[in-house]
Design a protein around this ligand. Structure first.
Ligand code: IVH
Length: 596
């Protein structure tokens, strides 16, 4: 098969999954129907990370693609170059052109270390090593990626003139080119050997320094692989055995309710401590009232817990055999556990909310904590304890009070308070240089996270434009939906919030967007809709180009649309709309001509 075609095929394919010994035996039978000669199986661990394709020409790394949307991967070469276990130049007797496929991941200790740093800095913790590795690869700044302890195992070699005619030896030889290939790879001449390997690692996987979610079984001989070929979705010469998520049995002792910064209530199960996948678990998330009702949960129930993708495990089921016949369903709280105000659950919302934003002590404290945090105003010298100290002593009540603090307010709180007070005041002064998108994020508007904040700032340019935006206008901004629009309108409909912004403005905080990425103003005041598929550009790349040239990317075609940047397969309803409204469709070529 043509090498390019093979590479595309492999890049798009995933493995078919099995979950039982029987399915492995069936796989073996299927293979033996076509292959009458002897062959071997190679068993490898299924590393739980992000797949990567590394292309080398004349020994030099020239391309690194993630699988992306399954058709075309994102090129993450610059970020991949920061990973120490990926050679930039090969050594030894390598083929002229090869592609190596592998998995980029974080070790468990690397992941824990990152979270320890985040916890010290008061930042939200990462959920799991896999998502963190994936997020890291997508970062725009490679110097930040370099600080993440990413690692890479290689599991497949592709190309013409490969060193060996079998997969196992190719992987061993790959080590001599400079790649990292783990030693936990074994060859077997029968499926029973494969099954014993699978069972061994199902028990031993907790002892590995990285996470795996199964075993990959491949046929060793490349000639046999070629004979078996591919189905539409996966190779017929490989299969993956997925481990069942580990479960543990515990007892539900209590349900506690946490109040978040925006007033959202999260129920948390307090459990009898139990060991799960190497860690002691004492709490499990319950998400919301519906989840509790769905499980028909009761205090003292025996519950099965499982580790999902989140940091804290979840309750997956109840062992009803052990239920106390006198137990009663859990009564979800009606009032805020911190301020006692009545909780509200809106239609379409899964969560209950405490609406007492102004007086609920947890919301006040966490609002301040959010405001000063690294990702927000990044006020150095401040921490949660200082906030609570100042709140208790009535030195601050609303966010803008922070900027009224002076030396004399602060020094009485510490024995040698001079340096401490100076740090705080310097930190606050420095925060006045923070960009508009961070200031907006700092305000803690429900559903306005970092990404949404940046989108709003790019679109509206100033806080006054945003304050006066109507619902219809807001939902026209790309990726801003009903939930976010309603939340923004609600926020700015409160007099206190408008007053807060006025005060922050007077203290000199930034409320105007300054796009440091702007390369030109060629698309200034243009509202551009992207539609259809493009061969050489991802949507994100096109959005970036629009942004760099001062244009606005909007989601739907309306009278406001300046033009549609059209690729292949624009939907018929969109085409009709452009005709009805007499809106031009520019091809990618027209678009780039416009930017010349
Ligand atoms: S072989 C033709 N080997 O599992 C596909 N994949 O669905 C060849 N993975 O996301 C894949 N460890 O990145 C192979 N030892 C291993 C693997 C492995 C993890 C991932 C792979 C892909 C998924 C396959």
């Amino acid at each position: 098969m043509d090498l390019r075609l093979l590479i595309i095929l492999i890049l798009c394919l995933s493995l078919s999954n099995t979950y039982s010994e029987q399915e492995l035996i069936d796989f073996d039978k299927r293979v033996k129907k076509t292959i009458l000669d002897n062959f071997e199986y190679v068993c490898e661990l299924k590393y739980d990370g992000i797949s990567i394709s590394l292309v080398y020409e004349e020994g030099k790394l020239i391309k690194a693609l993630t699988r992306g949307d399954g058709v075309k991967g994102d090129n993450v070469l610059e970020n991949v170059k920061t990973i120490k276990s990926i050679p930039l130049e090969l050594v030894g007797n390598y083929p002229k052109k090869i592609e190596m496929r592998g998995e980029i991941f974080l070790t468990i200790s690397g992941f824990n270390h990152l979270n320890e740093i985040r916890s010290k800095e008061g930042l939200e913790l990462y959920a799991n090593p896999r998502n963190t590795a994936s997020g890291s690869l997508k970062l725009l700044n490679s110097s930040i990626v370099a600080k993440r302890p990413l690692d890479c195992f290689l599991y497949f070699m592709l190309g013409e003139g490969l060193p060996s005619d079998n997969h196992y030896d190719n992987l061993q030889i790959a080590k001599s080119f400079g790649f990292k290939v783990p030693n936990e790879i074994k060859k077997f001449s029968s499926i029973s050997g494969v099954i014993s390997f699978v069972n061994f690692w199902d028990i031993q996987r907790n002892k590995l320094p990285y996470e795996i979610d199964g075993i990959v079984i491949k046929i060793n001989e490349l000639s046999v692989q070629e004979k078996l070929g591919f189905t539409a979705k996966s190779p017929r010469w490989a299969i993956s055995y997925k481990f069942k998520a580990e479960q543990a049995l515990s007892t539900l002792l209590d349900v506690k309710y946490q109040v978040g910064r925006t007033g959202a209530i999260t129920p948390v199960a307090v459990l009898e401590p139990v060991n799960l996948a190497g860690t002691t678990v004492k709490r499990a998330s319950l998400h919301n009232e519906d989840q509790i009702n769905k499980l028909d949960l009761r205090i003292n129930d025996r519950v099965f817990i499982e580790k999902g993708g989140e940091i804290i495990p979840k309750i997956v089921s109840v062992d009803y055999k052990f239920r106390d016949i006198f137990s009663v369903p859990i009564n979800y709280i009606k009032n805020c556990p911190k301020c006692n105000s009545i909780l509200v659950r809106n239609d379409g919302d899964a969560k209950h909310y405490c609406l007492n934003q102004v007086l609920c002590p947890v919301q006040i404290q966490t609002r301040f904590e959010h405001f000063i945090s690294k990702k927000a105003m990044n006020v150095e010298g401040f921490g949660p304890e200082t906030i609570s100290l100042l709140l208790k002593n009535k030195k601050i009540a609303k966010i803008s009070d922070l900027y009224n603090l002076n030396f004399l307010d602060l020094i009485p709180f510490k024995k040698d308070g001079n340096k401490w007070a100076e740090n705080i005041l310097n930190g606050l002064e420095k925060s006045k240089n923070i960009s508009f998108e961070k200031v907006l994020f700092s305000l803690g508007i429900r559903h306005v996270g970092e990404t949404v904040s940046l989108k709003l700032c790019k679109y509206y340019k100033t806080i006054d434009n945003l304050i006066s935006a109507k619902y219809d206008d807001l939902i026209d901004v790309n990726e801003i939906g009903d939930r976010i629009a309603v939340s923004i309108i609600d926020f700015f409909s409160l007099k206190d919030n408008i007053l807060l912004i006025e005060e922050l403005k007077n203290h000199g905080l930034n409320f105007t967007y300054n796009n440091s990425n702007t390369k030109s103003h060629l698309l200034k005041d243009m509202n551009i809709v992207i539609s259809g598929k493009f061969d050489d550009y991802s949507r994100d790349q096109l959005k970036k180009i629009i942004d760099e040239n001062d244009g606005k990317n909007i989601s739907s075609i309306s009278k406001k649309t300046t033009f549609v940047l059209g690729g292949q397969n624009i939907g018929p309803s969109k085409l009709k709309k452009t005709q009805d409204l007499n809106i031009k469709i520019l091809t990618i070529k027209d678009f780039f001509n416009l930017l010349k």
